[in-house]
Design a protein around this ligand. Structure first.
Ligand code: ADE
Length: 244
C-alpha cells in the first residue's frame, strides 16, 4: 500500500490552487496518490446571507480581521471527518508573516507528518483566539508581507511534496540539494563541453570520482561563504566541517 500524506487547505480563494497543484511534479504526485490535497472554502463555514468571514478590529484601527467562528467550525469539521474515516488527525498550521521562518529542515519535518491542515490568513489579521486555541503552529515563508497565505501555502506544499517517497525519480539526489546539508549546491554543467568559448571545469571530465566529490564540496563551501555566510554561522554541523 502507498504511504500517502493528506493535506487540507482552508482558504478564501480556492481557485488560486488549481494551476500549481495540477501541473508538473505536484500534479503527478497527486495523480499517483502519493499525496491527497483537498481545498476548502472558508466561506462554506459561514451561516449568514453574505457569507461574512471578517469584521472590524475591537479597539479601532484600519483593516479587517478574520472572525473566529468560521475558522473554528471549518477546522473542527475537517478534523472530525478525518477521524470518522479513521485517519490521522492533521497538524493545524497557519500561514502568516508572524510565524516562524520556513526552511528545508522544517519542510523535512513536515514531510514526515501523516496529515496537515494549512490555514491561509487574510486581511489585516486573524482573531487572536484562533491562534491561542485552534492552531498548532504558525509559519512564515519570508520576511515580507503577501496579500494572503495562499502563495505561502503553495510554497510549503511544494517543498514538502517533493520530499515524499516516490515523488522525485529514483535517480534524484535529494541529499545534494541546496540547504539539505546547510550549504548551497555546487555548480553544475551539462553538454556541450565548450559553449561560446566557456569551458566546463576539466575536473568534471576527469572521471576521478573522489576528486570530483572533493571539488564539489569545496565549491559548495565557497559559494555558501560568498553568498550566504549566515548559513555557515547558523549551522553548527557546517562549522565542524569548516574546521576539518
Ligand atoms: N501571509 C502574508 N505574508 C506571509 C508570509 N510572508 N508568509 C506566510 N504567510 C503570509
Amino acid at each position: 500500500m502507498i504511504n500517502s500524506v493528506r493535506i487540507d487547505i482552508l482558504t478564501l480563494f480556492p481557485d488560486m490552487f488549481a494551476g500549481p497543484f495540477n501541473e508538473s511534479i505536484i500534479g503527478r504526485a497527486v495523480e499517483r496518490g502519493l499525496v491527497h490535497i483537498s481545498i476548502h472554502n472558508l466561506r462554506d463555514y459561514t451561516h449568514d446571507r453574505h457569507h461574512t468571514v471578517d469584521d472590524c478590529p475591537y479597539g479601532g484601527g484600519v483593516g479587517m480581521i478574520l472572525k473566529p467562528e468560521p475558522l473554528f467550525e471549518a477546522v473542527e469539521s475537517i478534523k472530525s471527518a478525518v477521524i470518522q474515516r479513521g485517519e490521522a488527525t492533521p497538524r493545524v498550521v497557519l500561514l502568516t508573516p508572524q510565524g516562524g521562518l520556513f526552511c528545508q529542515h522544517i519542510a523535512a519535518e513536515m514531510a514526515n507528518l501523516k496529515a496537515l491542515l494549512l490555514i491561509c490568513g487574510h486581511y489585516e489579521g486573524i482573531d487572536e483566539r484562533v491562534r491561542e486555541h485552534l492552531i498548532d503552529d504558525e509559519i512564515s515563508i519570508g520576511d515580507y508581507v503577501l496579500t494572503g497565505g495562499e502563495l505561502a501555502a503553495m510554497v510549503v506544499v511544494d517543498a514538502i511534496v517533493r520530499l515524499l517517497p516516490g515523488v522525485l525519480g529514483a535517480d534524484s539526489a535529494l541529499n545534494e540539494d541546496s540547504h539539505t546539508n546547510g550549504l548551497l549546491e555546487y555548480p553544475q554543467y551539462t553538454r556541450p563541453r565548450e559553449y561560446r568559448g566557456w569551458e566546463v571545469p576539466p575536473i568534471l571530465l576527469s572521471g576521478n570520482h573522489a576528486e570530483i566529490a572533493r571539488w564539489r564540496g569545496e565549491q559548495s563551501l565557497s559559494r555558501t561563504r560568498q553568498r550566504r555566510p549566515d548559513l555557515l554561522a547558523r549551522d553548527s554541523d557546517t562549522k565542524a566541517k569548516r574546521e576539518n
